[in-house]
Write a protein of this length. Structure first.
Length: 95
């Protein structure tokens, strides 16, 4: 997928925050969860995600989604990774 199409999809799906991020070669983020739904587009390099006992590697042009609260680990490939991340925060319920 290309960046323009991905950003258009993010907007349509309610992802209001978009960030361009990168990780150095072999960098890892230990198990964690986000308070937002995330959709990522890999721009350069690769990233491996371990979630629910399943490991998957994504390369340039690949996209994936992670729901808020889902625990996972992230590891960049041997050349590092640069990615575009859309964040969609859950609305607080009215009291």
């Amino acid at each position: 997928m290309n960046r323009a199409d991905f950003e258009s999809e993010l907007e349509t799906q309610g992802y209001r925050e978009v960030v361009d991020r990168q990780m150095e070669a072999g960098e890892a983020n230990p198990e964690h969860a986000h308070e937002f739904d995330a959709r990522l587009l890999i721009l350069e390099g690769e990233m491996t995600i371990l979630c629910g006992g399943e490991e998957r590697t994504y390369g340039a042009g690949d996209t994936f989604a992670m729901t808020a609260g889902r625990r996972h680990t992230e590891r960049s490939g041997p050349q590092g990774v640069r990615y575009l991340a859309g964040r969609r925060y859950q609305r607080a319920s009215a009291s």
